[in-house]
Write a protein that binds this ligand. Sequence first.
Ligand SMILES: [Fe+2]
Length: 337
Amino acid sequence: MNDKLLRAGLGVAALTLLSPLLAACSEDEPKLVVYNAQHEPLLKELAPEFTEETGIEVELRNGKDLEMSNQIVAEGKASPADVFLTENSPAMSQVEAAGLFDELPAGILDVIPEQYRPVSGLWTGFVARSTVLVYNTEQVQEADLPASLLDLAKPEWKDRISFSPTGADFQAIVAAVLELEGEEATKAWLEGIKANGKVYDGNNLVLEAVDSGEVEVGIVYHYYWERDRKENGDVSDQSAQHYFTGGDPGAFVSVSGAGILKSSDMKAEARKFVEFLVEKKGQQVLADSYALEYPLNPEVELDGVTKPFSELQPPQVNVSDLDAETVVDLMTEVGFL
Ligand SMILES: [Fe+2]
């Protein structure tokens, strides 16, 4: 084989090796990068529906609320994130306070009731979760449950309560207590429930512990019990949920938030995504999913849960004022974190 032929041969070989890569590159549209701290399976149901409708591919990067908000703040203008979704809103407030969100168009904001989005218009809620007290039905009667979540700090509840303090869900509830009751009262409440409570690493474990009778009551959100009930009742057949009323901190409704990063280089696509999330079609996808979280678009109703959204009696809390950092400080001081 002469030199020329050898080179030609190598050239063909190199091209053959490269061609699948080249093909992949040319087909590769830029993907919308969504930093997702909402439950991963929920977005795995929603994102393909969005892609089908718009042709826009989505790349989900999953993590926890504060882990991802801290990451976005650290990345600043260089963040690859186009959209940020959280499980609870305190992480949204953190990114909002850092000045990293782009204003949402009125067309998106108008779809969601005012109390479930900040006045700034820099992000919006898209689903809601209600705080509940899940209780073991053999050990306690609903009539014997306290009138307020705050009462669980009293000595009579020693060794009878449980929760998952490391999770963003519980921390959002603490943020609501802080907003409604102030720092001193919140610290005292945290000390009380620390003295009384059993802690678990995750709300599903709280649910299991209550159902098995390991502990009498647990502070969680409504969808844990509701989902189990719908699936098979394995860890919800010996328990029920109590909804606090009259604007008690225990009736706090937490919202999952969605916002678009100022630094996004795909703003038009990002807007389409958030629009899909709040408009009827996307909200119906959420409502029909396994999640059993409340859609916030009033045109869409959640079926198959014990309490309709309209019957909840949440306290009035400005979603922008929920202060994740003070919550972490207080919980660290008290020894939860
Ligand atoms: Fe959760």
